[in-house]
Design a protein around this ligand. Structure first.
Ligand code: SAH
Length: 465
């Protein structure tokens, strides 16, 4: 493997050139101090222009220091470096590399050095935020003045991260955690800040043990925004691109300073699980298949409840299934005749499959909104026409409720993988048509806080025939 060209491909910056990128607050330079076959170093140098900074960001800011021509920003790795990174390495951060797609997907050996990182909470804080992501962390305090040891340390550390990760993940983690460690962000909170956090946090933030603290700091403690972000993180847990540890998902978040928000955040996912279990019991359906089971939260719940006698799950995503298998200890389960878990297998809902049949109920919990509209007809035929269990339960977001999520841009969806989100009327129209076409009746149940104006956050249809 040729390290130099590989890193060049991934960053979309040629190793032989020095390139500059104008920012509103200065100039970013990218160059390669070392581009060998065994090791390659790409440097991002941000030359902050204090005058430009005062003019673009300093005006009207509550942060006094930013309105001054002399501050630490030109020297410290702060949110300015993060935003320059997002600008200069935009494609790399999305994990795209058309010429070498397999390289963008691979974890590669990385070392990242930040000579002067403002670090509130001290070196231990950097360790707490980066170590759970798989980094070896060295955070060495920078002395105030090496000539005068008695002055002690500054609030800056030299941070070195070593690990084997996808470059895109590493860049996204830095993008979020640099301003979080600096924790001086109150002056540039844009309205789409929650979206940025969710996007950059994809695949690592939902499962981070400190996701509450990170989210709170990133959003400068704005309660409404923090609540929305934690809610969306909890919601996104099962999306196929999320990497998470099922053990952590099982646990309710530890009560902490953000317990109020965390409680809100878990409660919608929890409400949904309870609503589905309730409906299954109401319909006296003991043999259940979970279609699009994701990481297997519902399967685990059904397994805990003796009412359910036969439980299966399927998903198209191998990554999601590997979490489900681990959660259910599928691999080291002794296969017994009377095992209540019948099968957890990979399958696509767009193709008729014998294995979907033979159950009293099928559940599609937060699945249909992940299906491209032109393929939804196929899923309808497979589920209601072919498998055709006595009961089908479908849950999906209620788009009308989105206005209650502070920080969700108007018209935006709750998760980047959603292909659509329906209003209550749209869901009803779909459900009525599908029920009529396949000989089912359907009743509608709101799930979560039923807002008098915009309805509940989740809508559920219980189909019976
Ligand atoms: N039901 C789970 C997961 C919801 S996320 C829960 O509520 O917690 C949506 C899931 O649908 C993802 O795991 C995704 O992989 C799966 N999915 C999307 N399209 C699918 C398809 N065509 N066939 C099977 N599963 C699909």
């Amino acid at each position: 493997m040729d390290q130099a060209t590989d890193l060049g491909y991934l960053l979309h910056k040629h190793p032989d050139r020095v390139q500059r990128f104008e920012q509103s607050f200065g100039t970013a330079h990218v160059f390669y101090p070392d581009a060998g076959e065994r090791r390659c170093t790409a440097a991002l140098l941000l030359d902050v222009d204090p005058v430009k900074l005062v003019r673009t960001r300093g005006r009207g800011t509550p942060d006094f220091s930013l309105g001054q021509y002399v501050n630490d920003r030109p020297y410290a790795a702060s949110s300015l470096l993060a935003s320059a990174m997002a600008n200069v390495f935009r494609t790399a951060m999305r994990g795209r590399c058309n010429l070498r797609p397999e390289l963008a997907e691979s974890a590669i050996p990385l070392e990242i050095v930040l000579p002067a990182l403002p670090c509130r909470g001290g070196p231990g804080q950097a360790e707490r935020f980066f170590a759970p992501l798989g980094w070896d962390v060295s955070a060495v305090p920078v002395p105030l003045d090496p000539e005068f040891a008695e002055w002690g340390d500054s609030r800056y550390v030299t941070l070195t991260l070593t690990g084997t990760l996808r470059l895109a993940d590493a860049l996204n983690q830095l993008y979020v955690l640099l301003p979080v460690l600096d924790d001086a962000k109150h002056y540039w909170l844009a309205p789409d800040e929650v979206d940025k956090l969710i996007r950059a946090g994809e695949g690592w933030l939902a499962a981070h043990p400190d996701r509450g603290a990170i989210t709170r700091r990133y959003l400068a403690n704005r309660r409404g925004l923090v609540r929305t972000a934690l809610g969306r993180l909890a919601d996104a847990e099962d999306a196929p691109e999320e990497e998470l540890d099922p053990v952590q998902v099982e646990e309710e978040p530890a009560p902490s300073e953000d317990s109020e928000q965390a409680e809100k955040a878990v409660s919608l996912a929890e409400h949904r699980l309870q609503a589905v279990v309730h409906a299954l019991r109401d319909e006296n359906a003991r043999r259940v298949i979970d279609l699009g089971c994701g990481s297997g939260k519902l399967l685990a719940r059904l397994l805990k409840d003796d009412f359910f006698s036969e439980i299966s799950g399927t998903d198209v995503s191998h990554r999601a299934l590997s979490h489900a298998w681990r959660r259910l200890r599928w691999d080291d389960r002794p296969r017994r005749e009377n095992d209540r878990v019948r099968d957890v297998f990979q399958g696509a809902l767009t193709y008729a499959d014998e294995r979907f049949g033979g159950y009293e109920a099928a559940v599609l919990m937060e699945v249909i909104e992940h299906i491209d509209p032109p393929r939804l007809g196929a899923v309808e035929r497979v589920v209601f026409g072919h498998a055709a269990p006595r009961v089908v339960i479908v849950t999906t977001p209620n788009a009308e409720h989105n206005v209650r999520y502070e920080g969700l841009a108007p018209g935006a969806m709750r998760h980047s993988d959603h292909r659509f989100e329906w209003t209550r009327a749209e869901f009803r129209a779909w459900a009525d048509r599908v029920a009529a076409a396949h000989g089912y009746r359907v009743r509608h149940v709101p799930v979560g806080d039923d807002d008098p104006e915009v309805g509940a956050p989740t809508q559920m249809g219980v189909f019976t025939r």
